[in-house]
Design a binder for this molecule. Structure first.
Ligand code: NOJ
Length: 514
């Protein structure tokens, strides 16, 4: 595995909303450069930046019009080069966002693909052979281009699917994955990755990485074969490239496709979701880190452990505080609950990912959708730096901001939290410092569960010489874990030795070293 990944802690930046350096109301590359020291001082040594490419922004930039061009609103290619340089000068790394499954409907490839006359791009997308033939099982569009066919979508209407082929083609318009048209799509994606690697980026977060091959099987063996080929070919030139997949199936993504990292994502009702976001609009909230929840950590471990075990010596199965697609963790968790959740996330194996603003508990805002964000928009609002105009995000008039700021009163800011010793910000910083100092956290195959039982809220786990104890509940709990000959090197609340094990105060977390 790429060496720096073993100790990597990522900070996800949604460039629209992080920092505006030229006063036009939208975040930009210059703004990110201004804040690199902030990110480093927080304890993050790597960045994942959401798409910054030329785009009509019908899906916030996940609808790419030109893979090799920086969107004007973020700056120029020289600004991006400068960002790479400044990141590296600080000993940090940066991943761009690669969108391999689809382009914008405004991409020139797609314009050519829709032409009646055969050309180089006719097979770059997936077209049926006649406009009134349905593409069974796929969302498709007809009635927009001169070519006699309908085309398949990968996500929104503005995102036609690129053609990587079908695992078992059943119609003559469905191509096998090694068809020259599908191979040409692979080559084009490799060319794009190499272009940015050459410019100085360190790798990619890969959007919908599992979506390439259509009618793929359960383990996605077609898609895995394609990634394995593409990754090997890029690694020949850039052996250090770092890749994290949006897949949520590490056995396929890491085990078969060759990614070094995969995310545990918030699929409805799954293990990750149960930690911080298990609520509905009836007021029910059974998220594990809510103090009054009845849930046991088993509900998470049942799903996490087998997936972790399958890849623990091959790559990193990564836990995130949130991302630009989900409701912010602070929506339902209070400060103390967030601190405990983060303490857990940052002491587990894998590289942690912190979504900008989560380190100060930025709130979710109920906003109308913007650029295809829908309910995700409320998690994409301007970063709150201080109490100056627009929270220090931008000098622009409030009406010209990309998204409105938090008007809810007592909105958290970096400035306020840096001053307050017991803030979420300081908890994050301290935890990341411990993570950096303890060698056990740089190994990722060493997780052992010491205690986790149905009906119990507190639990304990181990990483080499470190024992982590957590009690998210509002009551003291005693668990049968010996901590007698250990030093408590980090603590939220307190733990003490008790007959038969140790007692954990309500809402506590501790890291003990043997
Ligand atoms: C996943 C991205 O995270 C999301 O924001 C986007 O809308 C879809 N993929 C489509 O690219």
């Amino acid at each position: 595995m790429t060496e720096w990944l073993k100790t990597a802690v990522f900070y996800e930046i949604y460039p629209q909303s992080f920092k505006d350096s030229n006063g036009d109301g939208i975040g930009d590359l210059g703004g990110i450069i201004e804040k690199l020291d902030y990110i480093r001082e927080l304890g993050c040594n790597a960045i994942w930046m959401n798409p910054c490419y030329d785009s009509p922004f019908k899906d916030a930039g996940y609808d790419v019009r030109d893979y090799k061009k920086v969107a004007k609103r973020y700056g120029t290619i020289d600004d991006l080069r400068e960002l790479f340089k400044q990141v590296h000068e600080r000993g940090m790394h940066i991943l761009m966002d690669l969108v391999p499954g689809h382009t914008s409907e405004e991409h020139p490839w797609f314009a050519l693909s829709g032409k009646k006359e055969e050309n180089e791009y006719s097979g770059r997308y997936i077209w049926t052979d006649c406009w009134y033939k349905r593409a069974e099982g796929f969302p498709y569009i007809a009635g927009e281009r001169e070519r006699n066919g309908a085309y398949i979508l990968n996500y929104f209407k503005c995102q036609p699917a690129l053609n990587y082929g079908f695992l078992n083609p059943k119609e003559n318009w469905q191509k096998p994955i090694d068809h020259p048209d599908c191979m040409a799509t692979r080559d084009a994606m490799i060319d794009i990755m190499c272009y940015w690697m050459e410019m100085g980026c360190d790798g990619f977060r890969v959007d919908m990485a599992d979506s390439l091959v259509k009618n793929d099987d359960e383990v996605k063996s077609g898609t895995c074969a394609i990634w394995s080929d593409m990754i090997h070919r890029v690694q020949e030139k850039y052996p250090e490239i770092a890749l994290v997949s949006e897949w949520n199936n590490p056995a396929s993504a890491i085990g078969m496709a060759g990614f070094q990292m995969d995310f545990f994502l918030d699929w409805f009702g799954n293990g990750y979701n149960l930690l911080m976001r298990d609520y509905d609009d009836t007021g029910r909230d059974d998220s594990f880190f809510k103090k009054e929840s009845k849930r046991s950590i088993q509900d998470f471990l049942k799903e996490y452990m087998p997936k972790y075990e399958a890849v623990k010596d091959k790559g990193l199965y990564c836990l995130i505080t949130g991302n630009h697609d989900m409701v912010r963790a602070a929506y339902n968790l209070d400060e103390r609950e967030l601190k405990l959740a983060y303490a857990f996330l940052f002491t587990m194996p894998g590289a942690p990912f912190i979504y900008y603003g989560d380190e100060i508990g930025m709130r979710y805002l109920n906003l109308p959708g913007k650029e295809g964000g829908y309910t995700r928009t409320g998690s994409r609002t301007p970063m709150q730096w201080d109490t100056s105009r627009n929270y220090g995000f931008s000098e622009a008039d409030a009406q010209t901001l990309y998204l409105p700021t938090d008007k809810g009163g007592k909105a958290p800011t970096v400035e306020e939290q840096q001053k307050r010793a017991d803030s979420i910000y300081h908890t994050v910083r301290e935890l990341l410092l411990v993570r950096k100092e303890q060698e056990a956290f740089a190994r990722h195959d060493n997780l052992k569960i010491l205690f986790a039982e149905e009906g119990k809220r507190a639990f304990a786990y181990k990483r080499d010489d470190l024992i982590m104890l957590c009690n998210p509940s509002d009551r003291e709990e005693i668990i049968p874990v010996e901590i007698e000959n250990t030093d408590v090197i980090y603590c939220i609340g307190s733990v003490k030795t008790e007959e038969g094990g140790c007692a954990l105060e309500p809402q506590s977390f501790a890291i003990c070293r043997k």
